[in-house]
Design a protein around this ligand. Structure first.
Ligand code: PMV
Length: 335
């Protein structure tokens, strides 16, 4: 699926997309080339972390330009965006200038690829007048980054696992919008150092070397099923337990790769123990983590300020960001 219809040079188009956090994790690819996940996943999109991306096609003869946070991107980053633009706009498209800004602290080690590719897909859809629906946008976003497929949707989303290799069935779909349930997600920032092993490399190494990889894949459909019923019942304890278990299973799996993959830093462990301590005192708080050291804590509005204070006091935690379920990717009407 790509467009070969002519792309006209128009005014700049800006789209906004928010980061999401998987409550049931995606880890592993069944096709690296097409970026097809090996397991389904389920996420919540976060209001506090967003990327704003402006796309403008340029006259022939110019080169593609990518600006990230006001700074020229590396050649490798620019090439990735050029390939993604070819995918959506067709290879005969004019050169493009893409400018992307995150509202979260740069270098905070928070994944921006999900919000970044979702915003870019949404902006290109408008700039090229492709008229794609959210399902098709999610399929495109997935090819930039697996988790980006979910940032097309607001609120709670399920990433479907296709049963063939076409990729047409691997897309995210909204389960509930952002008004459905006022849960809070606190991000404890514990390290600003870029991770050494990216998610693709980590997933591939895990699939090739972990003795537990098949068990991970086999247990995933049931995790998704249970999470969907817990969400339908707004059962916070169940949602929290399932989220924490999915994150721990994913990190345990990464540890069982050879050589081992460990994304944690000392502040990660401090934060986990702090949250477990809070829970022993009856405070509803559950952790989840992606391929990095930051700890994300799922809690409820009434406990949010206590959990935030406790995390902020943890050794190694430099900042705590508070988020709620947020909207899906959308165009920004005022430029
Ligand atoms: O979207 P990617 O390729 O960066 O992979 C994301 C993987 C995790 O964040 C660790 C889990 C997930 O489901 O988001």
């Amino acid at each position: 699926m790509s467009s070969d219809r002519p792309v006209h040079i128009t005014d700049p188009v800006t789209a906004v997309a928010h980061a999401n956090i998987a409550l049931i994790k995606y880890w592993g690819k069944r096709s690296v080339e097409k970026n097809l996940p090996a397991v389904g996943s389920l996420s919540v999109t976060l209001d506090a972390l967003k990327t704003e991306t402006t796309v403008q096609f340029l006259p022939k003869g110019e080169s593609d330009i990518l600006m990230l946070g006001g700074v020229n991107a590396t050649d490798e980053q620019t090439q990735k965006i050029s390939r993604f633009t070819d995918l959506m706009a067709g290879s005969k498209r004019p050169p493009v200038r893409v400018e992307s800004r995150n509202n979260f602290p740069t270098g905070a080690g928070l994944a921006s690829s999900a919000s970044g590719f979702a915003a870019l897909a949404k902006a290109l859809n408008a700039a090229c007048s492709l008229g794609l629906n959210d399902r098709d946008l999610s399929i495109f976003a997935r090819q930039g980054s697996g988790s980006a497929a979910r940032s097309i949707c607001g609120g709670f989303a399920e990433m479907h696992l296709g049963d063939d290799n076409s990729g047409e069935e691997d897309y995210a779909e909204q389960l509930y919008d952002e008004e459905y349930w006022d849960v809070r997600l606190l991000v404890a920032v514990v390290s600003q150092t870029p991770k050494k092993i990216g998610s693709t490399e980590g997933m591939n190494r895990t699939a090739e070397t972990s003795p537990f990889y098949n068990a991970w894949m086999e247990s995933s459909p049931n995790d998704i099923k249970e999470m969907k019923s817990a969400l339908a019942a707004r059962d916070f304890k169940k949602v929290g337990e399932l989220s924490e278990h999915s994150a721990m299973k994913m990190h345990g799996l990464a540890l069982s790769a050879h050589p081992s993959i460990l994304y944690w830093q000392p502040g990660t462990v401090e934060s986990i123990r702090k949250v477990w301590g809070l829970r022993e005192r009856g405070i509803p708080a559950y952790i989840t983590m992606d391929a990095g050291p930051q700890v994300k804590v799922l809690t409820l509005p009434d406990s949010c300020s206590d959990v935030k204070k406790a995390l902020a006091a943890c050794p190694g935690v430099t900042e705590v960001i508070e988020a709620r379920p947020g909207p899906g990717a959308h165009l920004q009407t005022t430029n």
